[in-house]
Design a protein around this ligand. Structure first.
Ligand code: CU
Length: 140
C-alpha cells in the first residue's frame, strides 16, 4: 500500500517533468483552427488561408517572455510532439514566431491533417499544453 502510493507520486512527478514545459498556461486558454473546417475540400494548386483561433490567451513573438502568451505552431500531417521539449522546426512543424495569427498554405493533393500547438518564448509547449483538435482536410 505504502509502496504503491510512493510509486504513484513518482510517476506523477515524472509525468510533470517529461510531458510539460515550465511556462504556465492561462487557465481557460482555448486554441482552435478557425478555417478550414474539419473535412473541408480544398482546391489543389493554389494557396489557402489557415486561420488560428485563440481565446483567453495572448500572442507574443518568439523570444518575448510575457505572462499568458505564446506563439502559434502549425502541425501538418503529424502527431503532437513531446510536450517537455522544443517543438521541432521542419516541414511538419511550422513556427509563427513573428506573432502571426493566420497563414497561407499550399499542400499537395490528398488527405492532410492540421493541428495547432502553442509554444512559449523558447518554443516549448505550456503547462498544461495548449493545442487544438486535429482536423483532416482533402486537397483535390
Ligand atoms: Cu516556435
Amino acid at each position: 500500500m505504502k509502496k504503491s502510493f510512493a510509486a504513484a507520486i513518482a510517476s506523477l512527478l515524472f509525468a510533470g517533468i517529461a510531458f510539460a514545459g515550465d511556462t504556465p498556461a492561462p487557465p481557460n486558454a482555448y486554441l482552435y483552427i478557425g478555417w478550414p473546417n474539419n473535412g473541408e475540400v480544398i482546391a489543389a494548386g493554389k494557396p489557402f488561408r489557415v486561420w488560428f483561433g485563440l481565446r483567453d490567451m495572448g500572442v507574443a513573438p518568439k523570444g518575448v517572455k510575457f505572462p499568458n502568451t505564446g506563439h502559434h505552431h502549425l502541425l501538418i500531417d503529424t502527431d503532437l510532439p513531446p510536450m517537455g521539449e522544443q517543438i521541432p522546426n521542419d516541414r511538419n512543424h511550422l513556427h509563427y514566431g513573428a506573432g502571426e495569427t493566420e497563414t497561407m498554405l499550399e499542400l499537395p493533393p490528398g488527405k492532410h491533417t492540421l493541428q495547432l500547438l502553442m509554444g512559449d518564448e523558447n518554443h516549448i509547449p505550456h503547462n498544461p499544453p495548449i493545442y487544438s483538435k486535429k482536423i483532416t482536410i482533402i486537397v483535390k
